[in-house]
Design a protein around this ligand. Structure first.
Ligand code: ATP
Ligand code: MG
Length: 336
């Protein structure tokens, strides 16, 4: 059984003032235990909304309009607050925010860790000062930090150290699924690489299932087993990360994203803009959301929303690249 199954998920934002935004649309995703999956897409494509929905951390004005998020077979969207708290321990995913967000600026690291451990303690467990320090030392060493960090406050730590502490906090309840939302975006390149190495090695050694959300294609391709590309709230491509660079078939949006980010191994780097404007999520448009920016688009692309179609290990939602609709066969197919 997959560890996570998302079925027909629709999430929108309904602010009191302002327009309704449809941020996640008809999403179906399935994750096997131990997989490391990357979710990549431009700003506003719905990545964080999805991460929050998976961990039941969405707050108003977000509304889950329909769908299910099944974690080990249980639809977590139907759990009560206390059932959810019980699931956090040893199980349910935790979102890891970038920067300072995950940490309380006025509490020392050991106090924050104690808060988390106490809030989710199980029968027979006692989290006194010495127990918290012992567990804290263990957790910090997992993220390659010295135990003296326990007595520090977040502002006394560098950005990279703060991110390591945030990872330690996320892992303190031994989750089986961890969502990392832009865990290294706020860091400089060298620190970013070293924090990513830690995440990769922890994922391998501890065996948890992980989702890495990033707008940087090169980070996702380097770290993960499988890459999902999101555009306007939908997954438009899903394929093994190691074949993305060599695969012939891609969603045109994936191709555009690949040209935006440098491959660190390439000799010559020519970065290009995607061009056009990102989609307006407040309006429901017929057809493919990427069509107005797509150089391959034909008539059918403006009329029918393409669904994900599998071709061996690759799934692409594109009329032109993997034609599915009867109409698509009638239109001239353009390939580069
Ligand atoms: P980024 O790469 O910038 O983090 P993202 O892919 O994580 O982007 P989301 O934050 O999920 O995207 O946002 C998806 C859409 O929902 C965007 O159009 C965004 O403006 C909108 N949105 C997000 N949060 C809210 C909110 N609290 N109220 C209204 N709209 C929101
Ligand atoms: Mg985000």
């Amino acid at each position: 059984m997959p560890i996570l199954e998302i079925e027909g998920l629709n999430v929108c934002y309904r602010p009191e003032r302002g327009v309704r935004i449809s941020a996640v649309r008809d999403l179906d995703i399935s994750l096997e235990r131990g997989e490391f999956v990357g979710i990549v897409g431009e700003s506003g494509s719905g990545k964080s909304t999805l991460g929050f929905a998976i961990t039941r951390m969405l707050r108003p004005p977000a509304v889950i309009e329909s769908g299910a998020v099944k974690f080990k077979g249980t639809n977590i969207l139907e759990l009560t607050g206390s059932e959810l708290r019980n699931q956090r321990r040893g199980g349910l995913a935790l979102v890891l925010q970038s920067g300072m967000n995950a940490l309380n600026p006025v509490r020392s690291i050991s106090k924050q860790l104690g808060d988390v451990l106490k809030a989710h303690s199980q029968k027979g467990e006692h989290w006194g000062r010495s127990e918290v320090r012992a567990r804290g030392g263990e957790l910090l060493s997992m993220v390659e930090l010295d135990s003296e960090v326990l007595d520090r406050y977040p502002h006394e730590l560098s950005g990279g150290m703060r991110q390591r502490v945030a990872i330690a906090l996320a892992l303190s309840l031994e989750p089986e699924l961890v969502v990392f939302d832009e865990p290294t975006t706020a860091l400089d390149v060298i620190v970013q690489a070293s924090v990513m190495e830690t995440i990769k090695s922890l994922q391998r050694s501890r065996g948890f299932t992980a989702i890495l959300i990033s707008h940087d294609m090169s980070v996702v391709l380097d770290a993960t087993d499988r890459t999902l590309v999101m555009y306007a709230g939908r997954v438009v491509e899903d394929q093994p990360s190691k074949t993305v660079a060599s695969a012939g078939i891609h969603h045109p949006y994936t191709e555009a994203l690949m040209k935006c980010y440098a491959d660190p191994r390439a000799d010559k780097v020519e970065l290009q803009d995607i061009g056009g404007t990102p989609p307006d999520l407040s309006i429901e448009v017929a057809g493919c959301s990427f069509a107005p920016r797509c150089s391959f688009a034909s008539k059918v692309c403006f009329l029918e929303t393409p669904s994900l179609v599998r071709s061996e290990l690759i799934q692409v939602a594109c009329h032109v690249r993997l034609p599915v609709s009867p109409m698509a066969k009638e239109v001239k197919v353009v390939r580069n």
